[in-house]
Design a protein around this ligand. Structure first.
Ligand SMILES: Nc1nc2c(c(=O)[nH]1)N[C@H]1C(S)=C(S)[C@@H](COP(=O)(O)OP(=O)(O)OC[C@H]3O[C@@H](n4cnc5c(=O)[nH]c(N)nc54)[C@H](O)[C@@H]3O)O[C@H]1N2
Ligand SMILES: Nc1nc2c(c(=O)[nH]1)N[C@H]1C(S)=C(S)[C@@H](COP(=O)(O)OP(=O)(O)OC[C@H]3O[C@@H](n4cnc5c(=O)[nH]c(N)nc54)[C@H](O)[C@@H]3O)O[C@H]1N2
Ligand SMILES: [Mo]
Length: 739
């Protein structure tokens, strides 16, 4: 209890320390001022400098989000055509009964593989996301089909596993202060956060004199804030530029041969590719200029600067990796990090795209341990192999869910899906090829969606169940891209209407099925157990009660966390967890895949819908779909303050607009063979010619003619994945006309 913050009167205000759980992964401490069951005010962290974790605009709008008038409050059943959004209120009793009936009907008529579980959990805490609980319940009922692959960064995960055998490739962010040169390669943390306070550390590094370069087709918010040198590059061609940088280093003998000899395998094979020994094509800067659109001289200067400035951090993020060239880009970046001897060194970087550190990251035991899924038993193992084909024998790639629903076993997928259960996602809006998604959802027998809002995906549900927001439950969460800290979610409000968490819904359903001891712990017992029973958590969180009360446990680091520090300092005792024990620039495991899309050393290759595809004659512009500043994907879309911040527009260069007679603010149609969307043009030199950019996450809203009036970028993107499994979101050709 405290004095009223604005009036100073003694009227009592309850201040709840908590955090949001949005999928930016930032996890900022919040203080919610609650009066009469409503959040009146949101304040951020009050820790003194330099530890203060600064919340951004999205959490500042938390009140409008949580109390939004369009929150779903009651279970609903569909009464209009699929996709139209006409529903009728029903009771929880009827809702759970319907679910039991449908799960039973589908299992009996088609077998358990006909049930598809599509849960996503980026936007939730650890317990209440219910994903593990739902898997367990369905497994107890005979099994289910699900998806494989991380939509964010599967290419980067694959690449890091190839090179390092580990996905823990990040440094704690304060280590940026030790860098003399920071290359933001497709990295825009001013917008996508990448760990709360990453921008603070970048600003400090800049003030301390670090050189900052941004390689991106857009002049990003981060580049603008740091007045970074901008190297615009054609999307999807980064690997060619990196290969040419390697060429400069090799030719001028700037690479760290001693480092390569000691810590890596296969550099000679990569060198043969770079110098053209392998294929007669020397990958010099002129070669790269022709592909990337970056002047040969610019590439040369950056190569020299990166090779001679020590230490230097090459920060290759995931945007360019969410593409048809996904893993090659991250593999090539890691190769450059090794060539310059920056791996495992303070102020350096290991590359690999993921940037995560182990503290606060992933040591929460899941809510109710899972059990084996009978549908996936037998045959090759899902884990451990770099061969996606093995995994796809049993699972559906996340970007192929729509295709699998439409084509089923005849199309080579593991199951004929009849019923789907979606929660914690807005997949129709967020996966590639939204129009195909709408067609797929229409042919399902039955779709259950658990949601806070009537999203484009929710409109296709037969049964729509209302869920609580993080302000209405207790949970634990984690800052996923960096830390080092742990956060707790503390319940500030009563759930509105009849909302339940996903976890509570699964438990209620289990009870209906007669599984009496499905859940044996209370919420409080679970959360305490997560902290106290896992040694990696209890090592840092000494006192559970204090942690919960304060909402945060900071971890004081005596030294910055540096990925692979031990492997570099003492390679004999600490080999890399790869088959060779070294960094694998050449990978035997990849060579054995015999997959032309996965060469054993990183390479630049042509892909469908790159700028050299003949399709570019018809669709000459490359589409980028970065993450929006004012939303987290499609979440927060309804929050008025946030839509005001940045109207939804397509960035287009003056030359491309001019040649099409488009003026600033004009309505345009962006289209290709997969879809059409309407959106206002924003003419800006912050994007390079030949490229257009539409922030992902705007809600799909097709009109009768099929043109999406909402401006959902995924009506244009492909439902494809790269050789390493990356979702191909940023490899899309389009054309634009004035509406
Ligand atoms: N074109 C393009 N598409 C992209 C990307 C891109 O770069 N370009 N990026 C991709 C990436 S990296 C990601 S991670 C995905 C994200 O894909 P999604 O996870 O599908 O996207 P979100 O918009 O975050 O959807 C989360 C939904 O869950 C709801 N929600 C929030 N909390 C809860 C809860 O506790 N329970 C339930 N049941 N629901 C809840 C929210 O209201 C929201 O509608 O998008 C991908 N899509
Ligand atoms: N505000 C906000 N923050 C978020 C999210 C959000 O939706 N909103 N989503 C969160 C999630 S789930 C994730 S996975 C991360 C995603 O984080 P990222 O994947 O890093 O984010 P993106 O915006 O997709 O891409 C980053 C940059 O890459 C550039 N880029 C795209 N293609 C290319 C290319 O081919 N070459 C080069 N050089 N640059 C390219 C884009 O212009 C953009 O500036 O962000 C997280 N943070
Ligand atoms: Mo993501």
């Amino acid at each position: 209890m405290a004095l009223h913050p604005s009036t100073g009167s003694s009227e009592e205000v309850n201040i709840i320390r908590t955090t949001s759980t949005f999928d930016c992964g930032g996890r900022c401490p919040l203080r919610l001022h609650v009066e009469n069951g409503r959040i009146q005010r949101v304040e951020g962290d009050d820790a003194p400098e330099p530890d203060q974790l600064r919340a951004c605009l999205r959490c500042r709008a938390y009140r409008q989000y949580v109390h939004h008038s369009e929150r779903l409050k009651y279970p609903l059943k569909r009464v209009g055509p699929k996709g139209e959004g006409k529903f009728e209120r029903i009771s929880w009793d009827e809702a759970l009964g319907t679910m039991v009936d449908q799960l039973t009907r589908v299992r009996e008529a088609y077998g358990s593989a006909g049930i598809f579980l599509g849960n996503h959990f980026g936007c939730t805490g650890q317990l209440h996301n219910g994903g593990v609980a739902a898997s367990r319940l369905l497994a107890m009922l005979g099994g289910f089909t699900t998806y494989y692959g991380n939509v964010s960064s599967e290419g980067a995960v694959w690449a890091s596993l190839v090179h390092y055998g580990s996905v823990m490739v990040g440094h704690s962010r304060e280590d940026l202060l030790n860098s003399k040169l920071i290359i933001l390669w497709g990295w825009d943390p001013a917008r996508m956060i990448s760990g709360t306070n990453t921008m603070v550390h970048l600003l400090r590094a800049k003030e301390a004199g670090a050189g900052i370069v941004s390689v991106d087709p857009r002049y990003t918010d981060t580049a603008a804030t740091l007045s970074a040198r901008w190297v615009p590059i054609r999307p999807g061609t980064d690997t060619a530029m990196m290969v040419a940088m390697a060429h400069v280093m090799i030719k001028e003998n700037l690479h760290d041969q001693a480092f390569l000899d000691r810590y890596t395998v296969g550099f000679e094979k990569f060198k043969d590719y770079v110098l053209g020994v392998e294929d007669g094509v020397e990958k010099n800067c002129a070669w790269a200029q022709g592909i990337t659109g970056v002047d040969a001289a610019v590439i040369e200067v950056l190569a020299r600067q990166y090779a001679t400035t020590k230490p230097a951090a090459l920060m290759d993020c995931q945007g360019p990796a969410r593409s048809a060239m996904g893993e090659q880009y991250n593999r090539c970046a890691m190769t450059l990090c090794a060539m310059t001897g920056n791996v495992g060194r303070k102020g350096g970087s290991a590359g690999g795209g993921l940037m995560g550190i182990p503290i606060g990251h992933m040591f929460f035991a899941p809510g109710i341990p899972g059990m084996k899924n009978p549908v996936e038993q037998g045959g090759p193992s899902l884990r451990g192999s770099l061969d996606l084909r093995l995994r796809l024998i049993k699972r559906i790639h996340i970007n192929k869910i729509w295709d699998a629903i439409i084509r089923g076993k005849e199309g080579g997928y593991p199951a004929d899906i009849k019923m789907a259960w979606f929660f914690g996602n807005n997949f129709l809006n967020q996966l590639g090829n939204t129009n195909k998604g709408a067609a797929a959802l229409k042919i399902l027998d039955f779709l259950v969606v658990q949601e806070l809002f009537m999203t484009p995906t929710a409109k296709f549900a037969d049964l729509l169940l209302p869920v609580t927001s993080a302000a209405e439950r207790n949970d634990l969460t984690r800052p996923w891209p960096s830390g080092p800290y742990f956060t707790a979610v503390n319940r500030a409000l009563e759930p509105p209407g009849e909302c339940k968490s996903d976890f509570e819904i699964v438990c209620a359903l289990a009870e209906r099925f007669g599984f009496k001891d499905f859940n044996t712990k209370s919420e409080e017992q679970w959360l305490r157990a997560f902290v106290e029973e896992h040694p990696e958590n209890s090592r840092h969180i000494r006192d559970y009660d204090t942690f919960r009360r304060q909402g945060i446990q900071r971890v004081l680091l005596e030294e910055p966390i540096v990925a692979f520090k031990e492997q570099i300092e003492d390679p004999e005792t600490h080999p890399f967890p790869t088959p060779s024990g070294k960094i694998e620039i050449f990978s035997r495991r990849v060579a054995d895949l015999n997959d032309p899309r996965c060469p054993p050393v990183p390479k630049y290759m042509h892909t469908p819908e790159d700028p050299y595809d003949p399709l570019a004659k018809k669709y000459p512009l490359q589409l980028l779909t970065p993450h929006p500043r004012n939303r987290v994907h499609s979440e927060l879309y309804k929050v008025e303050w946030l839509s005001e911040i940045e109207p939804h527009t397509a960035w287009i260069h003056p030359e491309d607009a001019g040649s099409r007679g488009i003026g600033d603010g004009d309505a345009i149609i962006v289209f290709n063979d997969r879809g059409r969307l309407a959106i206002p043009a924003r003419i800006t030199e912050r994007i390079m010619p030949g490229v257009i950019s539409i922030f992902e996450g705007a809600w799909y809203d097709p009109d009768r003619s099929g043109t999406d009036r909402g401006g959902c970028a995924n009506v244009l993107t492909q439902d494809a994945y790269s050789g390493g499994g990356a979702c191909v979101m940023n490899t899309t050709l389009v054309e634009v006309v004035k509406a």
